[in-house]
Ligand binder design. Structure first.
Ligand SMILES: Nc1ncnc2c1ncn2[C@@H]1O[C@H](COP(=O)(O)OP(=O)(O)O)[C@@H](O)[C@H]1O
Ligand SMILES: [Mg+2]
Length: 266
């Protein structure tokens, strides 16, 4: 089934293009891209996940076998390949993925000499976004040209922060990049929300980190906190979102709750 066969209901508002971003690796960006999109899809929102990390964790998280792919987001970025032909269906009927493979790693350097190099992803997303309620961009763990493209293409940012020591380390740098892009190329860019991930209710550290991040970001921090859960780390090896792998798991329930909070934020 092609992504166009699932027609959106009457749109209640414009498409939201959200970059799931943090230049630190391992904070829960890809886990959030997969599981939040699945929870939104389940509640009848149509979502496009753009895997924008050469590691391709959002693609494999949805069970897409990268080895067998002839084309990926790299070809749209640098070879003018039509995005329509890259959009793949997933196990969640309203969720679609544009995959990434290791090929994308080359884009960071090749983009340097491209025309309007910061805005290529925006052009690609703008051509299909009206078909969707949400477009998520799963960003790579760096502040290079791929991430700049995500900052230009997005209208807002979802920043996952792991509940650990030095949680806010690097966040200032991310916000500086955001400010730079906002000032020059994307004046409407804003923070959509800050998500605390891998929360361990048994430790006081987790509580302290949440308080610290709330002190910094205020109301931008989602009320929903994602707990640490082994099932969440197992689900990708089955190519399934947590809602399908272990429905009643606490991590699954948290992403379902987060989806409601995301919809409420509009
Ligand atoms: N809430 C969680 N509980 C347990 N493991 C998690 C949780 N969120 C993410 N992980 C695991 O932590 C690792 C890093 O998460 P990932 O989403 O890939 O981070 P990023 O995309 O920011 O690099 C992965 O192995 C993932 O399965
Ligand atoms: Mg990732």
């Amino acid at each position: 089934m092609s992504y166009k066969d699932v027609k959106r209901g009457l749109p209640d508002r414009d498409t939201r293009v959200i970059a799931i971003i943090n230049q630190k690796g391992g904070v829960g960006k890809s886990t959030t891209s997969v599981n939040l999109s699945a929870a939104l899809g389940e509640s009848n929102k149509k979502v496009l996940v753009i895997d924008f990390d050469p590691q391709g964790n959002s693609s494999s998280g949805y069970g897409i076998e990268k080895e067998g792919l002839e084309n990926d987001i790299y070809d749209a970025l640098l070879n003018n390949y039509p995005i329509e032909d890259l959009i793949l269906p997933t196990c969640e009927p309203k969720v679609f993925v544009v995959p990434a493979t290791i090929q994308l790693a080359g884009a960071e350097i090749e983009l340097v000499s491209a025309m309007a190099r910061e805005s290529i992803l925006k052009g690609i997303i703008d051509s299909v976004k009206d078909e969707f309620d949400y477009v998520f961009i799963d960003c790579p763990p760096s502040l290079g040209l791929l991430t700049i493209n995500a900052l230009v293409a997005a209208d807002s940012l979802l920043i996952p922060i792991q509940c650990e020591f030095y949680a806010l380390e690097g966040v200032t740098k991310l916000l500086e990049s955001m400010k730079m892009v906002k000032g020059r190329l994307n004046p409407k860019l804003e923070v959509f929300g800050v998500l605390m991930t891998m929360y361990d209710s048994r430790t006081t550290l987790s509580k302290q980190v949440v308080e610290e991040v709330e002190g910094y970001f205020g109301k931008a921090v989602f009320k929903t906190v994602i707990p640490r859960s082994v099932k969440l780390s197992e689900a990708p090896s089955h190519g399934l979102p947590i809602t399908m792998y272990s429905r009643t798991n606490k991590g699954s329930l948290a992403y379902i709750k987060l989806a409601k909070e995301v919809v409420r934020r509009g």
